[in-house]
Design a protein around this ligand. Structure first.
Ligand SMILES: Nc1nc2c(ncn2[C@@H]2O[C@H](COP(=O)(O)OP(=O)(O)OP(=O)(O)O)[C@@H](O)[C@H]2O)c(=O)[nH]1
Ligand SMILES: [Mg+2]
Length: 422
């Protein structure tokens, strides 16, 4: 299947937050009014959205970096403006992986699904927020939170509209070759198909993509046979066609065969049980119509649409294709699930650590670095506020424990400070 993989590495950058301001009410007879500094605007996020109008990742080979708008700074008591989110359209079936961690953030498997890949920076808070009973005229204002840059690998794996599943030898490959230009190997023995084959099926003016899978056997969900490696692709198809050999040479009951495969699908993934599907009784050319009708009757118990076809003579194949098209249209019309998953670093506890290097102590960790980034280091109140935050986080104690003394250099992110005993 590897020939169907399309890949691109793209950099997505959110907008940074605008700076908050430190300002005070100005009134005629009041020399210095209360603080009224407003907040900076928040930066725009980058959101990927699966769109069925987008077919390939080609666009990302031409343009490989994207940035959302920054939030603007606040001015006095006027709030900064939020930066607009950047919405980037990707094909349905795009797998999104954060590099270099190789963290899979999501799989945009349905039209309209969303995934935030770079979170906009928070606007810095104005001095209004920093008033306390003892600090009535704070000059502290935060700077906006920096942008987030995410290096992302987009991968598009085969995504067929319709997947053919069934026991080996059921006639899946024969069926796909009878309704598309695909010419997979067909054999009177099991496991003829070892990798999926794709075919484009035309129905009226429309087309859809059908995938012929290797046969599934008992234990497939646990890795037995060839089919198991491809079950993850089955999960990505919008409709399943369960092909059953209606008149097998060994006279196995087709209902038993059907149940065996359904059981494996269910064991593999709960989600698979809810993928719409139809039952196709194949090889009806081998028996009189009365036998076929009796079998159709028995298959009614499963409560699914049953089609009787002969992949060899094409009997019954056209009605099946129209029915599949109708189901696909119905699926398209359904409301779309919208899933926004947080980035892994938002879920993390955001730990920090401190250690000593030559000539300095280094404190590192995403949160602690951001706190420093957002501090206006030109303002002594802000620096005192920062110091207290570090104290509360236990950073100061830890540094002392490591042997830091007054005046020692402490590095956090790009900044260096002199250590001050709390
Ligand atoms: N008589 C008859 N034979 C069929 C029909 N469809 C398939 N066959 C035969 O059944 C055998 C298996 O067909 P395939 O299409 O290779 O079956 P498959 O489901 O793809 O099998 P695997 O790839 O092993 O999973 C071949 O000998 C086909 O010629 C049919 O409609 N009628
Ligand atoms: Mg086959």
């Amino acid at each position: 299947m590897s020939q169907f993989i399309d890949e691109a590495v793209v950099t997505f950058e959110s907008g940074r937050g605008g700076n908050g301001s430190a300002s005070f009410h100005r009134e005629k007879h009041v020399p210095r009014g209360g603080p009224n500094g407003a907040d900076g605007g928040r930066g725009g996020s980058v959101v990927l959205i699966a769109d069925r109008g987008v077919r390939t990742l080609l666009d990302f080979k031409l343009k490989d970096s994207y940035k959302a708008a920054n939030g603007t700074d606040s001015h006095g008591n006027k709030h900064g403006k939020d930066g607009e989110d950047l919405v980037v359209r990707v094909p349905i079936g795009t797998i999104v992986t954060l590099l270099p961690e190789e963290d899979v953030l999501g799989d945009l498997s349905a039209d309209g699904m969303k995934l935030k890949v770079a979170r906009g920076g928070r606007g810095g808070r104005g001095n209004l927020h920093f008033t306390t009973s003892v600090r009535q005229a704070p000059t502290i204002a935060e700077k906006g939170e920096p942008a987030e840059v995410a290096m992302i690998r987009l991968e598009l794996k085969l995504l067929a509209d319709v997947g053919l599943v069934g026991l080996p030898n059921a006639g899946k490959s024969t069926l796909i070759s009878s309704c598309s230009a695909a010419r997979p190997k067909i054999g009177a023995y099991p496991f003829t198909t070892i990798t999926p084959n794709l075919g484009v099926v035309s129905v009226g003016d429309d087309t859809f993509v059908m995938a012929d899978m290797p046969g599934l056997i008992e234990g497939a969900s646990e890795g037995v046979g060839l089919g198991h490696q491809f079950l993850k692709h089955v999960e990505r198809t919008r409709v399943l066609v369960h092909v059953v050999d209606a008149f097998p040479v060994d006279e196995t009951d087709p209902l038993k065969s059907y149940e065996l495969v359904e059981k494996e699908l269910g064991l593999y993934s709960e989600a698979l049980t809810s993928v719409p599907r139809v039952i196709v009784l194949n090889k009806i050319d081998l028996a009189p119509p009365t036998d076929t009708n009796a079998l159709i009757e028995r298959f009614q118990v499963f409560g699914r649409a049953v089609f009787a076809v002969s992949a060899v003579t094409s009997q019954g194949v056209q009605p099946l294709l129209y029915a599949l098209k109708a189901i696909l249209d119905e699926e398209d019309a359904k409301p779309r699930p919208v899933v926004i998953r947080p980035l892994p670093q938002e879920r993390a506890e955001e730990p920090w650590e401190a250690h000593q290097v030559e000539g300095a102590f280094v404190v590192s960790g995403r949160r602690v670095e951001r706190i420093v980034e957002m501090t206006n280091l030109a303002n002594s109140d802000s620096i005192r506020y920062l110091h207290r935050r570090l104290q509360r986080m236990g950073v100061i104690d830890k540094l002392r424990e490591l042997g830091a003394e007054d005046g020692d250099a402490v590095r956090i992110g790009d900044w260096e400070f002199a250590f001050v005993e709390g």
